[in-house]
Write a protein that binds this ligand. Sequence first.
Ligand SMILES: [Zn+2]
Length: 494
Amino acid sequence: MTQILKTDIIPIEYDENTKESALELKKLLEQNPLFFKTVLKKYPKISYLKRKHSFYLQTNEPINILERMYNGNIDNCNKKDWLDKEAGRALLLYTINKKIKGQYDFSELEEDTINQFIAYGYIHETKAYDKIDSYLLNMTKHQQEKIEEWLYNKYSFELLNYLIEDQYQKIVQRLLSDSEEKIEETISTMIRITSEEELLIEGEEQACTIYMSPEEIDSLCKEFLIKIDSTLNLYNLFCEAKKTGVFIEEAKDKKIIENDIDIDDWCCFQHKDGTWYIYSPKTGTILDSIYKIHEFVHYIINKAPTMLEENIYALKELPSLFFEGLMRRFLIDKGYSEEEIEKDKLSRELGISKMSSVLLDILFYIEQISNGERITFEQELMKQEEIKKLYKKLEPDQEISLDSLKENVLWTIKNSIEELIEDPLFVEETYPYIIGYKYSKILLKRTKQDKNVIANMINIIPEIKTLTTTESLNRLGLISPIEQNSKQYKKELK
Ligand SMILES: [Zn+2]
């Protein structure tokens, strides 16, 4: 039998089966009458029985929507923004994360709950209380897109500042292996090096056409290692690695699956049991020998005992990039088509160039945060206007509208946000490629006159993880990036 429970806020319709829920709900409503009066303004009643003309609740989902909304937001319900900045930012983070990865990495909340929270924030702001039912209970795809867009526009700068602050803290903690370096100096050095490496390379990746069997690849690698290291130490380590199954070719290999990590390209990874492996998804071309050398160098460095708990140091790509370049030269010297081998160099440069341009945007943001400033739309627009002035000098006839400047701002922040959500270690993982590539070019050039360059690099391999950036660079006869305004460095770069 239908019964009505009276409350100060709204009547509740129930029957014998739902009586308990109704009483519980009454208690909840009375905890914050103002909040629920606002939320339920448009409804004549709450009903456990009928959908029509009521805020309908099913017994098996007792008071969950109202309860969730209420619990998280007692203090916020009277403010203009129902979601505070932190909540809005977090919900935006979840939403973008879901879009990129197909799952919520950061939240225990269910997708429905997250969408309801966002929807309620939207309804609160637009005062569209009459749509509360459809938004909270049966959201259409169109409605969902609308609330996500609203959330993005409202909280994207909040999220960007948060993500950049996180990156800044990571640099402070990790990249600063040199205690004598100051953080401002480190960041401006990173910006300088990255802008120097923003090569703006044109071109497209091309497939190599020199096909080769795995046996031929291995024998090329061995021949190369014997040539560069007459002690045969590297050669022996390579043979040992082959014998002990370090190279894994199948993505479905147990060691990869057991580790539960995303691997889709050549890489050196550590198994849960501490052993290092190389995933080598062979392409069947001569380029496999270059990739193999690159990862093999990572392998011997990673495998070396170290005092450091985490394998993070700014120069971690330098030795691999150096030997990779040396391997290319070895193949060309052996008589393989330079044009084919250079395709690999182009692909490396395209990768570095793309990385640098994304990294540079992020580094400029980090610099701003490190100066105690916040990143705002207005400031970003001003930056774009400066770029426009420069561009105007080059192309006086081109007119750039204010709208397209605004679009540029939004596009850049969207790019940076997505990059940082997709890979929270983006800065510390990409910067080693950029600085490593720069120094590898200098060292490769030097090998033509100086035989010690290769030996120095081989000697530093077992230790490089435990040295500071400056110590490593000194040992390699390189100038620390901080002192790089010197003439010698500038000359060598040319
Ligand atoms: Zn690498």
